[in-house]
Ligand binder design. Structure first.
Ligand SMILES: Nc1nc2c(ncn2[C@@H]2O[C@H](COP(=O)(O)OP(=O)(O)OP(=O)(O)O)[C@@H](O)[C@H]2O)c(=O)[nH]1
Ligand SMILES: [Mg+2]
Length: 418
């Protein structure tokens, strides 16, 4: 059986770690009678987060391992010792992963940029040790609080790959050859139809190395694809949000079809899938222009379709610079590495644990031990508590991140969605 490498809908059961209990303990030392309470706080449970990664292009890892659990926080201990925080789980997901509540189908958010982080299940807060419960009337409290349970989420993740440019064409038109020629991606190229069985993304790095954009190669489309012929048209969802479509046409008609018929069929298959796809800016690339037949067909193609195609030869690279130039004008390439600097923090708005923890911090004795403990754990600066930052660039209004509900997640602004 062929290994499953592309999966675009998966379920995920995420269980964050529980907070550790606070400790009830008393200082026992020689010559220090009535040493007082010294039970430390429990550690925080680990979070489960989805993290956008531009080098990942499928949800297959989650398909193989749909249950994820983060570590529980350790118990607090005597001598003011804090329990260890539970380890968090970070799951890399492709850009364009839409996160939904499995039960209600409600959309909770979307991972759009490299580094975007969405905490889908937040770890429980640690309980407070008895050191917090000392008062003038109760010098020897045995009271402590239990850690809070970590959140549990049942989710569905749907992937709509995010690429600036989508390649569409018949099988063997040369889409994968084109992707290989202009990016470092290495899709398989062969003379038989449906060589490409899953979408593949490549990044075009422009000659000055300061900017780049992404191209998605998808399986070939044939007549009747919308009825499931060939590999069907479901893969078109992955170019639904591309800014530009490139129709790759085998101008030589190597497989015995006429290029103008191919063009019309592609238009009608796209229309059947979603008429909006036809309003998308598109470039028609006439491929295989090294072949005699292609030279003959080109003027006929222009006559019959009214389209002036960009002449290319994906096999020897000619015409590709001009094609890339045209794409650059349409996609507004982003600075290279910009996305690498880390994206927005998309957080669960619930954070019910956070206020409780702050209150506990206020009650904390002002002693050195407490201060050191606080610094060591650095709890106030856990990533989950960074306020969401606006997503910049791509014509998006700054501040596109907004929190939609009390218990769930923030939602990013639409990216390339039009
Ligand atoms: N002569 C010539 N052959 C080409 C050119 N570009 C691609 N080919 C050949 O056309 C065949 C199909 O190329 P692919 O790049 O695999 O085509 P594809 O559109 O990705 O096909 P599917 O993945 O099956 O949809 C291969 O045998 C390529 O070598 C070209 O510019 N000139
Ligand atoms: Mg291919």
């Amino acid at each position: 059986m062929k290994a499953r490498t592309f999966v675009d809908t998966v379920r995920l059961h995420a269980k964050a770690g529980d907070g550790g209990d606070g400790a009830a303990s008393f200082r026992h030392e020689k010559f220090v009678p009535f040493g007082g309470p010294d039970g430390g706080d429990g550690g925080r449970g680990g979070d489960i987060a989805l993290v956008g990664d531009e080098d990942v292009d499928s949800l297959v890892a989650i398909w193989h391992e749909p249950e994820r659990r983060a570590g529980n926080g350790g118990r607090g201990m005597g001598r003011y010792r804090h329990g260890a925080d539970g380890s968090s789980v970070r799951i890399p997901v492709p850009l364009g992963t839409v996160v939904k509540d499995e039960q209600t189908g409600r959309e909770l958010g979307e991972i759009v940029r490299h580094g975007d982080t969405m905490i889908v299940a937040k770890g429980g807060a640690g309980g407070a040790g008895n050191v917090h419960f000392k008062s003038s009337t109760n010098q020897a409290p045995t009271r402590f609080t239990e850690g809070k349970p970590g959140e549990e989420a049942f989710l569905r993740l749907d992937l709509k790959l995010l690429a600036d440019v989508g390649l569409v064409g018949f099988p063997s038109a040369g889409k994968s050859s084109l992707l290989r020629a202009v990016t470092a991606a290495h899709p398989k190229v062969a003379a038989y139809p449906f060589t490409t069985l899953r979408p593949i993304i490549g990044t075009v790095v422009l000659p000055d190395e300061f900017a780049s954009f992404r191209i998605a190669d998808i399986p070939g489309i044939v007549e009747g694809a919308h009825d499931g012929i060939g590999l069907g048209d479901a893969f078109l969802r992955h170019i639904e949000r591309s800014a530009v479509l490139v129709f790759v046409i085998d101008m030589a008609g190597v497989d015995g079809r006429k290029p103008w018929d191919d063009f019309e069929t592609l238009l009608s298959e796209l229309r059947a899938r979603d008429p909006a796809l036809l309003e998308r800016p598109r470039i028609v690339a006439a491929n295989k222009m090294d072949l005699e037949q292609a030279r003959e067909n080109l003027p006929l193609f222009a006559e019959r379709t009214g389209v002036n195609a960009v002449e290319i030869c994906a096999a020897d690279g000619s015409g590709l610079d001009a094609l890339v130039q045209k794409l650059v004008a349409l996609v507004k390439p982003r600075p290279t590495g910009a996305g690498r600097e880390g994206g927005a923090t998309i957080q669960t708005a619930a954070a019910g644990a956070a206020p409780a923890r702050k209150a506990a911090a206020r009650r904390r004795p002002a002693g050195e031990a407490a201060k050191a403990r606080h610094e060591k754990t650095g709890r106030e600066s856990t990533p989950g508590h960074t306020p969401p930052r606006p997503i910049e660039g791509r014509g998006e209004a700054p501040g596109a991140v907004d929190v939609v509900s009390g218990d769930v997640v923030a939602r990013l602004g639409t990216f390339l969605r039009r």
